[in-house]
Ligand binder design. Structure first.
Ligand code: HEC
Ligand code: HEC
Length: 283
């Protein structure tokens, strides 16, 4: 993490150490965006050294898959090429319902189904953060979908209350949803994600790194994380390193997850422990 973003995160982490009560929406948004939510993992262009400086959330990263060639949008406040003209409500509808102000649907891999669980407070916090980043002029090509997009991602979301942070299990599941862990870690079938085997991994990701295959993060002791300690799971999530010292490949956003508070990491690991064991060897 570099420049002003790093300074902001440091200030936020110092503020959150003083207690959640003192947090402003912008501080909460900065914390979420630079840790578990990590929109920048898709929306900030990356070079070999990580996120490109001065280009936070400027978009353009291609996702070249069989069903689509999608380009992450410019979500900076630039008026001409970003979302600077959108109202807060329009930004919220785009994130939680996947619909743009012109009525068109935002396609995959934007994890809209997972963002439907986002609380009103966190949505407002993330919107405040989106408004605070410097506008970057960057025209992104339109995505191409070779599959039909659904008519919608579901009925209007309405209001979503905050999940109490001291309810560790529920809050951990909430963090896993807004962090869309299962989007990458659930086996894909021609009919869609195999929810009965949630967390069993096996999805392949192509990129400059070659091909990585998402891990089985269920509690299976042989092919999953059943025998890993909490510390080992945290090291994998925040530093991209397995217990045997080998490194994990992208696209998981380790650099962002490294900024999670200890409490949030504890809650996330408590959620990982609830994933029913599925025997499924992915490597
Ligand atoms: C896994 C990658 C991924 C993640 C994570 C992701 N997005 Fe996206 N997002 C995309 C892609 C790809 C598109 C373009 C889809 C299309 O062209 O239909 C997009 C489109 C958008 C748009 C529509 C912009 C426009 O001008 O049409 C908004 C707004 C947006 N994302 C905001 C966010 C926010 C805020 C987050 C985090 C809460 C986020 N995205 C997380 C991949 C992602
Ligand atoms: C954008 C896709 C993506 C997202 C989102 C993602 N992961 Fe991963 N994850 C991967 C891939 C791919 C690997 C395997 C990388 C490799 O083998 O080099 C992995 C590996 C792991 C591992 C290491 C397990 C092992 O056996 O090596 C753990 C633990 C893990 N992920 C947990 C999580 C959790 C918890 C979340 C949500 C906070 C999450 N992941 C979000 C793609 C993702």
């Amino acid at each position: 993490m570099k420049g002003t973003q790093g300074i902001l995160v440091a200030a936020v982490l110092a503020a959150s150490a003083q207690g959640a009560q003192a947090e402003t929406p912008l501080e909460r948004g900065a914390y979420l965006m630079n840790s578990i939510v990590a929109c920048g993992n898709c929306h900030t262009p990356q070079g070999p050294e990580g996120p490109l400086p001065g280009r936070e959330l400027a978009g353009g990263t291609p996702f070249d898959e069989v069903p689509f060639t999608a380009y992450a949008s410019n979500v900076t406040p630039d008026r001409a090429t970003g979302i600077g003209e959108w109202t807060d409500e329009q930004i919220g509808t785009a994130i939680r319902e996947g619909r743009r102000p012109d009525g068109s649907l935002i396609g995959p891999p934007m994890p809209v189904p997972f963002y439907r669980a986002m609380s009103d407070g966190d949505l407002a916090a993330i919107t405040a953060y989106l408004r605070s980043v410097p506008p970057v002029s960057n025209e992104v090509p339109p995505s191409e979908y070779r599959i039909p997009l659904p008519a919608s991602y579901g009925p209007p979301v309405g209001g979503v209350p905050d999940v109490p942070r001291d309810d560790r299990l529920r809050y951990g599941a909430y963090l896993a949803s807004i962090g869309h862990c299962l989007e990458c870690h659930t086996p894909m079938t021609p009919e869609g994600p195999d929810h009965a085997r949630a967390g069993a991994g096996g999805m392949a990701f192509n990129g400059p790194w070659g091909v990585s295959v998402s891990a089985n993060i269920t509690q299976d002791p042989v092919t999953g994380l059943g025998t890993w300690t909490d510390e080992e799971i945290k090291t994998a999530i925040t530093r991209g390193m397995r217990p045997d010292g080998t490194r994990l490949m992208p696209p998981m956003g380790f650099g962002y997850y490294a900024n999670m508070t200890d409490d949030d990491l504890d809650a996330l690991v408590a959620w990982v422990r609830t994933l029913a064991p599925v025997r499924h060897a992915v490597r």
